[in-house]
Design a protein around this ligand. Structure first.
Ligand code: 13P
Ligand code: SF4
Length: 310
């Protein structure tokens, strides 16, 4: 890409020319969020993917999100700026292994966090996101046994919140597992008036210390609406961009990781760049392709989620 090119103007031009819509997750770099037509959490992005009348969906997020968009809008072209933008959580639950695991629990229904592969969705009864997970689980009769996959941390939090025992798959997100309880405690002592807020993909001992636990949109709302002026934020650092934009007078401190070499950036989310966004729109590549049976079977689990949470 010519370094003198005004990428924002060029991307906006391509959007118009191609009737394309850019959907961006809160964990994307700030410039991408600013050029997007819609910024949101996984639930909001799925709802947008299901309802858009654009011809092309450009998904500024990770692979499983673009797959979800393709399942919801199979006739549309779905582009992902970097096909290697994967997800450690989705990778922690390979469908063939899960299929065998599921066979051990023939009476159980499967609720899967949307952060999973399209193939795992074909083995799922209902998907959920961190925004609607409690609601989805509560929608099953109390005597219906459930398997929850793939995130064990979100699963443990849901068991606590819903009071319902579930069989949990042992997967996790590499970004939300790095937070240091010790360093957060020290930071809280240094900032006694700060609220400590955390995403439910964090480990239980971190969540137990939090003043508020919620999805990215819930954390964002909390920073906007609560009386606190200072926040220690345990989730991917991309969300800080919208927090600062929404509440410019407030202070946001990323929660410290346990290792000095680690950071709160998701390496998968951050594979997308403005340059890649531009070239992907210009050449309409890389495109997401899914087999018909995957679309049909996987989509049913997302449709059920959208129906229940509508
Ligand atoms: P939400 O934005 O739905 O809370 O998801 C968080 C996440 O880890 C996405 O990869
Ligand atoms: Fe996956 Fe975690 Fe990155 Fe989200 S933040 S895409 S769950 S690795």
């Amino acid at each position: 890409v010519d370094p003198s090119l005004d990428l924002v103007a060029a991307i906006n031009q391509l959007k118009k020319e191609k009737n394309a819509v850019i959907l961006a997750h809160y964990y994307q770099e700030s410039e991408i969020q600013d050029v997007a037509d819609y910024i949101g959490d996984s639930l909001g992005l799925s709802q947008q993917a299901a309802s858009t009348d654009a011809d092309i969906i450009v998904f500024a997020g990770v692979h499983f999100m673009a797959e979800t968009a393709k399942m919801l809008s199979p006739s549309k072209k779905v582009l992902l700026p970097d096909l290697k933008a994967g997800c450690s959580l989705a990778d922690s639950c390979p469908a063939p292994v899960f299929r065998k695991f599921k066979e051990k629990y023939p009476d159980h229904k499967v609720v899967s966090y949307i952060n999973c592969t399209a193939e795992l969705k074909t083995l799922t009864d209902v998907c959920c996101t961190s925004t609607n997970a409690k609601y989805i689980i509560d929608s099953f009769p109390a005597d219906q046994p459930l398997i929850f996959a793939p995130d064990i941390n979100l699963g443990r939090w849901l068991v606590k919140e819903t009071g319902r025992d579930m069989v949990l798959w042992n997967g996790s997100c590499m970004v939300h597992e790095i937070f240091s309880h010790e360093k957060i405690t020290k930071l809280k002592i240094k900032h006694p008036n700060a609220a400590f807020i955390a995403h439910p993909e964090c480990e239980s001992h971190i969540l137990d210390a939090a003043d508020h636990v919620g999805s990215t949109s819930s954390l964002l709302r909390f920073t906007r609406e609560s009386k606190y002026q200072e926040f220690i934020v345990a989730t991917e650092s991309g969300i800080l961009h919208q927090m600062i934009k929404d509440s410019p007078g407030k202070t946001f401190i990323p929660a410290p990781p346990n290792n000095a070499c680690a950071c709160n950036d998701c390496p998968h989310m951050k594979r997308n760049t403005m340059e890649k966004l531009y070239t992907c729109m210009k050449y309409e590549l890389p495109e997401i392709h899914l087999e018909d049976w995957v679309i049909e079977k996987g989509r049913a689990s997302i449709d059920r989620m959208l129906e229940i949470s509508a």
